[in-house]
Design a protein around this ligand. Structure first.
Ligand code: 13P
Ligand code: ZN
Ligand code: NA
Length: 283
């Protein structure tokens, strides 16, 4: 069924595992993520990047996810990824999202608090939990092509102030990951994460998780990370498998045959992440 992120993520933090939040961009990717969740008996967040609104439509993707989620035998959350302003949040609420991120992480602290607080007020009025971000996870978000060094590490004091004043339900922190591929192996600040987790009891969120080594992922889950966002690795897998199938002479009768292998691979990779995150068997 379609559920709110609140219970799913609070339980994860309390029990010391994380739930994957997988970015989707079409019907096939939605079906792949839900198929994996059912196979793994795992709760799952399906997230839609706000930037897709202008070419696929948040309304279209939300309708697909809601339809599939309602039929699913495991809890599925429909999450808005990187909502950038109150208009995105309002569009998310209107289209049945059950979890919303407002990303004010590029703004000065006070402005980040004020926009996040305003979105939380509106979303909470209709029972929808909100994720905020403090510090800034850099890298390439969607087609944004930012450089990875635009990262700003989270400060514990700012995180505590942000948590206390914004009213968020979950908090994304910047501890060394970055969106997309890494130029060199990431160094995560686990000590910082520990300090944040010691003072902030809500589920913490890791962005930019693609290509972060498995042992680092296991470690952050021990210190409060309860939602793990994965986008680029799945995107790259779909492209690589589609390219391989076509160059190896895949005979397609229907256009849809061209992508079956790629989305089957995506489902397998999502399942692997669920086992790594410890969410398998929790639904
Ligand atoms: P990656 O593309 O590095 O997996 O980051 C995903 C993300 O943070 C989406 O919000
Ligand atoms: Zn992100
Ligand atoms: Na990454």
């Amino acid at each position: 069924p379609l559920v709110s992120s609140k219970d799913v993520l609070q339980q994860a933090r309390a029990e010391g595992y994380a739930v994957g939040a997988f970015n989707v961009f079409n019907m096939e990717s939605v079906k792949a993520v839900i198929a994996a969740a059912e196979r793994e008996r795992s709760p799952v967040l399906i997230q839609v990047w706000s930037g897709l609104d202008s070419f696929v439509g948040l309304d279209v993707l939300a309708a697909i996810v809601r339809c599939e989620a309602e039929k699913a035998s495991v809890p599925v959350v429909l999450h808005l990824d990187h909502g950038m302003n109150a208009e995105h949040a309002a569009k998310g609420i209107k289209n049945g999202f059950t979890s919303i991120m407002i990303d004010g992480s590029s703004l000065p602290l006070e402005e980040n608090i004020s926009v996040t607080k305003e979105v939380a007020r509106i979303a909470h009025a209709v029972g929808i939990p909100v994720e905020g971000e403090i510090g800034h996870v850099g890298g390439e978000e969607g087609g944004d092509h930012q450089e990875a060094d635009d990262m700003v590490e989270t400060s514990v004091e700012e995180a505590v102030a942000f948590y206390e004043r914004s009213g968020v339900d979950t908090l994304a922190v910047s501890i060394g990951t970055s969106h997309g591929k890494y130029k060199q192996e990431p160094k995560l600040n686990i000590g910082l994460l520990r300090d944040i987790a010691a003072r902030i009891p809500i589920p913490l969120v890791l962005h930019g998780s693609s290509y972060t080594p498995d042992e680092m992922i296991r470690e952050v889950i021990r210190y409060g990370i309860a939602k793990i966002n994965v986008a680029t690795e799945m995107n790259d897998a779909v492209i690589a498998q589609t390219t391989k199938d076509i160059t190896q002479g895949l005979q397609a009768k229907y256009a849809s045959d061209l992508t079956y292998g790629a989305y089957a691979l995506m489902a397998d990779k999502v399942g692997q992440k669920m086992r790594l995150f410890g969410s398998s068997g929790k639904a």
